[in-house]
Design a protein around this ligand. Structure first.
Ligand code: AMP
Length: 355
């Protein structure tokens, strides 16, 4: 067990780190964040924060020296940065980062474990894209293999003509056939060093413009019927990576069963509801797993939960929603309310079932 007063390092300075740091403080730990210059809102609730480039070896070594364990809150932390930290100190294993950072490697890994991603093809040129659309059909989505998030680095392709006309980016991509899904959901689990795994309930995730807009519990029968199979795959992924901490897999619920979309080797936006809606939140259990504390109960404690993201300038009027006593507000404290930027979220908790 990590003694109280120990220091947990977090690579990344966003809202996920901020919520992790809050849980770490509750458990009696100090937190030091590390990220390049930016609106590092994790720093506001941490004991310390190091602002340095990912490849600044001296800063990284000094940071690691001050920490008893290190984790990350941002999946695009360079693998070399994570590997530069003593492998006994960092969790999860950077192999999880490496796998999740490349959409192609990720899909192959999932297939190797018996999972089903959307039909896909590797695309490195305009010629590859035309051939991919020919083979897999349209509509589909061209995605950069690396660095995409919240719908960035994605182009919807409606037809072969559109594929021919598109200026394919000069970075490795994948083309995915469009999945006719009924709904979207995620599997969020926590695994400790002994291999014990706990799952949170799955929510119905609603995306708008490629960005998560809301998560609802209960998810609905169509999703609930597919959670078992999806959990089985998520368990295999976690075991194969000897994963420690919180892991997320996103799925499409389809008539053919759960189709794997992508994984995030970290706490996830679709799990923010667990702060008020579950016995133990994803943030607390991620810290517990790294600190070798027993894992907390992941059961849902409300009859209904809704998490809704607050984007851009909507944050300015968010406080007014608290007139509804069921609503909780999380303001990430970001300075610039740019359009489409995740500025905070609401969680609405209903304790009694209707009816
Ligand atoms: P991603 O960043 O890959 O998770 O994509 C963001 C969102 O775009 C997803 O949550 C879906 O709503 C949608 N999307 C991505 N890929 C596909 C696909 N192959 N078929 C249908 N919808 C997709």
């Amino acid at each position: 067990m990590l003694p109280r007063g120990s220091t947990i390092g977090i690579l990344g300075g966003g809202q996920l780190g901020r919520m992790m740091a809050t849980s770490a403080a509750q458990l009696g730990y100090k937190v030091i964040g590390y990220a390049p210059e930016g609106d590092n809102v994790g720093g506001a609730v941490s004991t310390g924060f190091v602002t340095a480039e990912w490849d600044d070896q001296a800063a990284l070594a000094a940071f690691a020296e001050r920490c008893d364990v290190v984790t990350w809150e941002f999946e695009n932390v360079p693998v070399e940065t994570a590997r530069a930290i003593d492998q006994g100190k960092i969790y999860p294993d950077p192999l999880a980062l490496e796998t999740a950072q490349d959409r192609l490697a990720e899909k192959r890994f999932i297939e190797g474990l018996g999972g089903r991603p959307a039909a896909y093809a590797k695309v490195d040129s305009s010629h590859d894209l035309v051939a991919a659309v020919d083979r897999l059909g349209a509509p589909g989505i061209l995605k950069t293999r690396r660095d995409g998030y919240d719908g960035k680095g994605q182009w919807r392709i409606g037809s072969g003509h559109e594929a021919e006309a598109l200026n394919v980016p000069e970075v490795p991509c994948v083309y995915e056939g469009f999945v006719e899904f009924d709904a979207e959901f995620s599997i969020i689990l926590v695994r400790n060093r002994e291999g014990e795994i706990r799952f949170w309930d799955s929510t119905r995730n609603v995306h708008e413009g490629g960005i998560l807009a809301a998560s609802h519990f209960p998810a609905g029968e169509d999703i609930d019927a597919q959670v078992g199979e999806a959990r089985e795959l998520a368990r295999k992924v976690a075991d194969a990576l000897k994963y420690v901490g919180v892991l997320t897999l996103e799925f499409f619920a389809t008539r053919e069963g759960p189709i794997f979309n992508e994984m995030a080797p970290r706490v996830h936006n679709s799990g923010h509801w667990t702060i008020e809606g579950a016995a133990t939140s994803q943030f607390e259990n991620h810290i517990r797993a790294g600190a070798r504390l027993p894992l907390g109960d992941t059961r849902t404690t409300a009859a209904e939960v809704e998490m809704r993201n607050i984007l851009g300038s909507d944050i300015e009027s968010a406080g007014a929603k608290l007139s509804d006593a069921r609503v909780h507000l999380h303001d990430y404290g970001k300075a610039e309310a740019k359009e489409g930027r995740k500025m905070g979220h609401f969680t609405q908790i209903t304790l009694e079932t209707r009816g």
